[in-house]
Design a protein around this ligand. Structure first.
Ligand code: UDP
Length: 455
């Protein structure tokens, strides 16, 4: 239009449309979905968030969005993550169909431009497609992990899967630098069920209108190309989402902000931040090893110990003597404002489980990592951190206090760690470039908006 560029045209058009987003009900899936919602809202779309009737986000944080709770519930315990996701898909299919049909029959409100569904909710995606709605998939993990998903049939055929303990060190040449031990693994789950889940996830993504991935070209250019080739659908790398979007409030647990004041009093880059995300758990023995590893390393630390994260005990009991040994040097909280913690100048390292959000959040702030993955895609992420981007050290032999102490020293105080810090700072700069005007993630977001309006 005269006097207006493409951007104003897009904005004007988008304002007539609604986007419906359905996150998977886990913290690491809710956060990126809300960042995406926020970005799409800032481009003029109206936003409806459909959510499960448990782990529900707090609507009061988003007065401008429309929230709809979809009844469905769960029919399994949370111990077996694969069974949980399969049951989510079984239980939310019909209620989602009913809800979407109701929304569409209401005459008021803007037409729905598209539905964005978490990659794990394949049955919800299938329903949206049956209803004739353009369906986009949000993959909250890395492009590399999604390519690993797509390679599942091949990995089974060539005998890498199911994982056998005797073959853990075998290189998976098709997915270098991954070894068998780095492949997708969920300990408590049946490998056949995992296979069924992953193959359905990939098949629905293959017939979607597009895949949005929370990653950026500078770290996963090749992996993104492979996903594009393998799935033949448009792929939009729009990450780090939390750096593109304004701050959002989507934490399911209260974040303890007192740790930011505590960090204010610490020397620059001196503190090791320790957190294993919202799902990983350890047993009592591992807790003791982790605690003594931290106590013996003499480095200040901020440790997130989530209630319920110690298997087999309702209470978290730290070893005797730990508190005296670490007084003034260590702080423990139940849940932290992680993105702010990682951006704090006092933080110099992150001992992480390598959930993808934590990994990207760490890279975005230039913080090198001590990697101790637990399950799912975390092993693959840790492998990329230590072998591809070379910004972390992996604890390969479980949790043992001596190994932990020496790995923390290497990361925080030795030359090896300095080099990792330098590379981590480079990654931070690359992430910042991607989200700048004309940066690859900004351009991908512009393209996504145009694409959605063209559907
Ligand atoms: N997180 C947080 N406070 C904490 C620990 C984690 O806000 O004390 C957030 C973190 O910033 C990230 C998410 O929870 O966005 C965890 O996602 P991730 O993919 O790292 O791990 P998951 O919880 O899915 O295993």
């Amino acid at each position: 239009p005269p006097g207006g560029g493409m951007e104003s045209m897009v904005r004007k058009n988008a304002s007539g449309y609604r986007i419906v987003l359905f996150p998977a009900p886990f913290q690491g899936h809710i956060n990126p979905m809300f960042h995406l919602a926020c970005l799409l809202h800032s481009r003029g779309f109206s936003i409806t968030i459909l959510h499960t009737n448990f782990n529900s986000p707090d609507p009061t944080n988003y007065p401008n969005y429309h929230f709809v709770s979809v009844p469905g519930g769960l029919t399994t315990s949370t111990d077996d993550v694969v069974a949980l996701i399969l049951s989510l898909n079984a239980n939310y299919e019909a209620p989602f169909r009913a809800q979407m049909s109701r929304m569409r029959s209401e005459r008021s409100g803007e037409p729905i431009a598209c539905v964005v569904v978490d990659a794990l909710l394949y049955s919800v995606q299938a329903v949206a497609k049956q209803l004739g709605l353009p369906t986009l998939v949000l993959r909250t993990g890395s492009a590399a992990s999604f390519y690993m998903f797509a390679a599942f049939p091949l990995l089974w055929k060539r005998g890498y899967l199911p994982i056998q303990d005797s073959r853990l060190e075998v290189q998976v040449n098709e997915l270098a630098p991954l070894r068998v031990r780095d492949l997708l693994r969920v300990e408590q789950s049946n490998p056949q069920k995992l296979r069924q889940l992953i193959e359905q996830v990939v098949e629905e993504a293959r017939t979607s209108s597009a895949i949005i991935i929370n990653t950026f070209v500078a770290i996963e250019g090749n992996e993104l190309e492979k996903v594009r080739e393998e799935l033949s659908v448009p792929v939009f790398p729009i990450g780090p989402l939390h750096k593109l979007s304004p701050k959002t409030e989507s934490s399911l647990m209260d974040q303890d902000h007192s740790c930011l004041d505590w960090l204010d009093k610490k020397h620059p880059r001196s503190v090791l931040y320790v957190s294993f995300g919202s799902l990983a758990s350890m047993d009592g023995k591992e807790l003791a090893e982790a605690a003594w590893g931290l106590a013996n390393c003499q480095q200040p630390f901020l440790w997130v110990l989530r209630p319920g994260s110690i298997r087999g005990s309702a209470q978290i009991e730290l070893p005797q003597g730990f508190e005296e040994e670490t007084r003034g040097r260590g702080k423990i909280v139940k849940w932290a404002p992680q993105q702010q913690v990682l951006a704090h100048p006092a933080v110099g390292g992150f001992w992480t489980h390598n959930g993808w959000n934590s990994t990207v959040e760490s890279m975005s702030e230039g913080i090198p990592m001590l990697c101790k993955p637990y399950f799912s895609d975390q092993m693959g992420n840790a492998r990329y951190v230590s072998e591809v981007w070379k910004v972390g050290i992996q604890l390969e032999n479980g949790l043992e206090r001596g190994e932990i102490k020496s790995a923390i020293k290497r990361l925080m105080t030795e030359k090896e760690g300095d080099e990792m810090k330098r590379r981590a700072r480079d990654l931070k700069e690359k992430a910042a470039q991607c989200v700048r005007k004309e940066g690859s993630s900004q351009v991908a977001l512009d393209r996504l908006v145009d694409y959605v309006l063209s559907l």
